[in-house]
Design a protein around this ligand. Structure first.
Ligand SMILES: Nc1ncnc2c1ncn2[C@@H]1O[C@H](COP(=O)(O)OP(=O)(O)OP(=O)(O)O)[C@@H](O)[C@H]1O
Length: 305
């Protein structure tokens, strides 16, 4: 039984059939889009995602638009079941849009194939999702190993470089996932996501399950890698400290679409019940106070049809 937030205002199948046959390429929501330097890495246009069939069909996304520009750290926030993880999976090419398009670096994400995906998009899954039967090095080098074109020694060296990049020692290489702390699992999973040097990194709840110190350390690592590797990052998070520590822009998912995007300190003032609830508590106010004064402050709202 879907929760109220998943229940479409009209039956999903009927709504979908009433949608324009060719998804219109409406103006992206991004506030950076007018800049001549802006370069879209992810473009989501007229996205519909419908699960189930017949009377049980329900829409998670209805005509959703989103643009992520090169170099951004975009935080995707929304209530439970609003389709944030599904959207990340669509950017990774693991899930297909029902209608509309999700393109990454100009190509439909669903057509990237496994190797193409790994070299274009790295994904840090919520619980790390390490292969329990492989040691740390086996996990980090997995995508390179799968290519089947590189000598084992080269795969090993590349994996060791990535381990060092995330602050782990060569001595950790032979440990099994079950013997790692939560913070180390995240670091290994991050090294694995970056092993093919993808320009786009997707993070699903990157600091979930970490204690405050480990969470701060992991945020600092992500910030440093974002800068040194020139990454574009899309991050789903419920954690306000992580959101304010990392994001350069926030996109809010509600009512089955992106209702607002903009700088964190501006989006918090957007008039919508979810935004009020999410940012309005004591933690939200505290995290906001910790924001540097020069944090960007230009919100952008979806354009009227
Ligand atoms: N393969 C699938 N088949 C059917 N329903 C699915 C499938 N994948 C996701 N859903 C449904 O789509 C909705 C959105 O799921 P999703 O995991 O993206 O939500 P979310 O916004 O990430 O939620 P949370 O914040 O709780 O993690 C949920 O109702 C989920 O049950």
């Amino acid at each position: 039984m879907p929760s109220p937030s998943q229940t479409p205002s009209v039956p999903a199948a009927a709504a979908l059939s009433a949608a324009p046959a060719a998804s219109p390429v409406s103006s992206p929501v991004s506030s950076l889009v007018s800049s001549p330097l802006a370069e879209p890495v992810v473009e989501v246009r007229g996205l519909w995602t419908v699960f189930g069939t017949g009377a049980k069909a329900f829409a998670v996304h209805q005509d959703l638009d989103l643009t992520v520009q090169r170099g951004e750290i975009l935080a995707l926030v929304g209530g439970s079941g609003t389709g944030k993880t599904v959207l990340l999976r669509q950017m990774l090419g693991l899930a297909q849009p029902t209608r509309g398009s999700v393109t990454v670096l100009g190509r439909p994400a669903a057509e990237m194939g496994r190797e193409g995906a790994a070299s274009r998009v790295g994904m840090l899954f919520q619980q790390g999702a390490l292969f329990s039967a492989f040691d740390v090095l086996g996990n980090v080098g997995f995508a390179l190993q799968e290519l089947g074109t590189l000598p084992a020694a080269l795969v090993r060296d590349a994996a060791l470089v990535k381990l060092q990049m995330v602050g782990l020692q060569p001595a950790h290489a032979t440990r099994m996932p079950a013997d790692l702390s939560g913070g180390m699992v995240k670091r290994v999973a991050l090294a694995r996501a970056l092993v093919m040097d993808p320009p786009l990194l997707l993070l699903d709840e990157p600091t979930a399950g970490l204690d405050p110190n480990s969470s701060d350390e992991f945020c600092a690592l992500l910030r440093a890698l974002h800068q040194s590797l020139g990454l574009t990052v899309v991050m789903v998070t419920h954690d306000l400290d992580t959101l304010f520590a990392l994001s350069t822009r926030v996109a809010v998912l509600a009512d089955k679409k992106v209702i607002v995007t903009g700088a964190p300190r501006e989006v918090v003032h957007f008039a919508h019940p979810f935004v009020r609830e999410f940012f309005g508590g004591e933690r939200g106010r505290r995290a906001l106070l910790a924001l540097p004064e020069d944090a960007p402050a230009t919100p952008s709202f979806p354009q009227e049809a």
